[in-house]
Design a protein around this ligand. Structure first.
Ligand SMILES: C[S@@+](CC[C@H](N)C(=O)[O-])C[C@H]1O[C@@H](n2cnc3c(N)ncnc32)[C@H](O)[C@@H]1O
Length: 198
């Protein structure tokens, strides 16, 4: 699904997020409440969620990863969605220089030195959101680097992410109270708080 996200700060600026519309306010609230110093997102696509994450905490350094082979037109299916919106967002959407786009294969694990170095740099708290092609694998590869108090969100819960496949990696996490609203609104985002450093 694709839903329009309207910028809170730049009049008339909008782009698409491939999420349920009801999840926008919930994800934004989770970020604002945490007020992270670092945000890491996988699956930039057309910069929709990137803009929402940035506008929810502009003071955070934000790192957004996507594949070097990503094609905005092919992904969105609509030229106006992909090329125009993403270009405009990159031009005028980010109110400071703290947003960084990195093209790399996210599934390299320890081979992805950028991700490991962002996650292991002692800057707390962090908000991490996984939305690329293999979310179970991302949880397996990267959740272990989070510190107590950091937050991990993931898309496509119950579809591409199955509890039985990730439950061992989620053991040090507790559910974020905002999951209540995500479940109530049939959204497939889930948010977890790291609660145990074991
Ligand atoms: C569902 S889209 C992301 C949607 C976006 N987060 C949003 O809400 O609008 C998934 C993205 O993951 C990227 N992706 C898939 N496999 C990847 C990989 N191995 N490394 C990096 N990016 C990957 C794709 O290029 C695509 O842009």
């Amino acid at each position: 699904m694709r839903n329009w996200y309207h910028s809170k700060f730049v009049p008339g600026l909008k782009t698409v997020i491939a999420h349920e519309a009801a999840s926008f306010a919930v994800i934004s609230a989770a970020v604002s409440i945490l007020s992270p110093r670092v945000i890491l997102e996988t699956g930039t696509a057309c910069c929709g969620l990137t803009l929402l994450l940035h506008e929810s905490c502009p003071s955070a350094s934000l790192y957004s990863f996507d594949s070097p082979h990503f094609n905005e037109v092919r992904w969105s299916g609509f030229r106006e969605y992909g090329e125009k919106c993403a270009k405009k967002v990159r031009e005028v959407g980010f109110v400071n220089k703290r947003v960084h786009f990195i093209k790399d294969d996210i599934l390299l694990g320890d081979g992805n030195s950028d991700i490991i170095s962002i996650l292991t740099t002692p800057k707390y708290p962090k908000f991490v959101y996984f939305d690329n092609g293999n979310k179970e694998k991302e949880i397996e590869l990267y959740s272990k680097y989070l510190e107590v108090g950091d937050i991990m969100g993931v898309h496509d819960w119950g579809k591409e992410v199955r509890l039985e496949k990730v439950k061992d990696h989620l053991a040090p996490f507790i559910e974020h109270p905002l999951n209540f609203f995500l479940i109530k609104e049939n959204c497939t985002t889930r948010i977890f708080i790291k609660n145990d450093d074991q």
